[in-house]
Design a binder for this molecule. Sequence first.
Ligand SMILES: [Zn+2]
Ligand SMILES: [Zn+2]
Length: 120
Amino acid sequence: MRKRVLEMVWHSHKPVGAYALLDGLLEEGHRAAPTTVYRALDFLLGLGLVHRIASLNAFVGCPQPGQPHTGQFLICEACGSAEEIDDDGIAQAVRRGAERIGFRVQHPTIEITGRCPRCR
Ligand SMILES: [Zn+2]
Ligand SMILES: [Zn+2]
């Protein structure tokens, strides 16, 4: 289940939601409970293989799993694609700014909306 969910998230060029994954599994003849899919996604999130895009309530595959990072996502408002950039300078600036005011960061992921090169 975890492997199939990972494959489906990776196969999609857009962030994909849990219910779209459930539909995909059902088309393949697997009737999975939403909790099963959420558990698989949590497992994959824990390994850093996928990221959650909170503003879309959806998931994308990480192009650089294996090394810990907080990603920044450029989300296209026209086609719904999400491109991950991993800019250490941005991550450090956020960390420094938070430390300065004593803020404890829980989810450092940054989501930026706009237009992708294809839709521009
Ligand atoms: Zn990533
Ligand atoms: Zn686009």
